[in-house]
Design a protein around this ligand. Structure first.
Ligand SMILES: NC(=O)c1ccc[n+]([C@@H]2O[C@H](COP(=O)([O-])OP(=O)(O)OC[C@H]3O[C@@H](n4cnc5c(N)ncnc54)[C@H](OP(=O)(O)O)[C@@H]3O)[C@@H](O)[C@H]2O)c1
Length: 215
């Protein structure tokens, strides 16, 4: 599959390498395709992966991943060209985080979410919220001590898109996904992240993963 990853931070790199490592053909989009450090990283990924502009990545991908800074999400969509998202499955990993006065919070929440804003900006895209509740190192090949069954929380309006994302998630080493419902559930998946950040501080780890146990 051709995959476009918009974002060249820790998340973009981790997921892009995950896709490339599973045989997908990946373009990572950035504002600085000529960045030497990024080029060095890309040449170290042993499979098919290259770096381009946001528009290159969006045009290339049959499936797209949004992994830019939350505040710049809509600017990145414009830079990529909104037409390139038409009818495609779009995995939204972004969080609307703020750190005003050193306190982690959200710049949108409870009655709206960043994912819903993205969906509104890309009406024909099939947006699936996924990977936003987990730290980048654990997005691919997740691991935890104990008997926890590692399932990734997702949300979205399109059942077939969520099924496709579930297959990808399984190929990345997860037991499966936990479907929180339609894209309005992204309000709560995003709201889990300030709590995840706070728990990271109290637990002194950034490897913690949400797990939902049941009979
Ligand atoms: N880090 C984590 O563990 C983690 C976990 C779950 C979810 N997330 C979410 O995933 C997203 C990516 O996180 P990250 O830590 O990898 O990186 P980040 O530092 O939040 O964002 C880096 C990306 O944002 C882009 N960007 C910055 N300013 C921009 C602007 N003005 N216009 C367009 N694009 C801009 C950068 O583009 P350039 O390549 O051009 O510099 C870069 O690709 C965020 O929304 C974050 O909340 C992060």
């Amino acid at each position: 599959m051709k995959v476009g990853v918009l974002g060249s931070g820790d998340v973009g790199k981790r997921l892009a390498a995950g896709f490339a490592g599973r045989g997908h053909d990946v373009v990572v989009g950035t504002r600085s395709p000529g960045n030497a450090e990024l080029g060095k990283w890309a040449s170290g990924v042993p499979r098919k992966l290259r770096v381009g502009s946001f528009a290159d990545a969006a045009q290339h991908g049959e499936l797209l991943v949004l992994a830019v800074h939350g505040e710049n999400a809509l600017a990145a969509l414009d830079a990529a060209g909104r037409g390139h998202f038409a009818n495609k499955v779009v995995i939204d990993v972004m969080n609307p985080l703020t750190f005003a006065n050193g306190v982690v919070g959200l710049f949108v929440g409870t009655t709206d979410s960043l994912s819903e804003q993205v969906q509104q900006a890309l009406p024909s895209a099939r947006v699936v919220k996924a990977f936003n509740t987990v730290g980048s190192p654990q997005m691919v090949d997740p691991h935890a001590k104990g008997p926890a069954r590692l399932e990734l929380l997702i949300a979205g309006n399109d059942a077939a898109a969520k099924q496709q994302v579930t297959e990808i998630v399984k190929s990345f080493g997860w037991a499966g996904t936990l479907d929180a419902g339609d894209l309005a559930a992204a309000r709560w998946l995003e709201a889990m992240v300030p709590l995840w950040v706070r728990l990271g501080g109290t637990l002194h780890t950034w490897d913690h993963i949400w797990s939902v146990t049941r009979d």
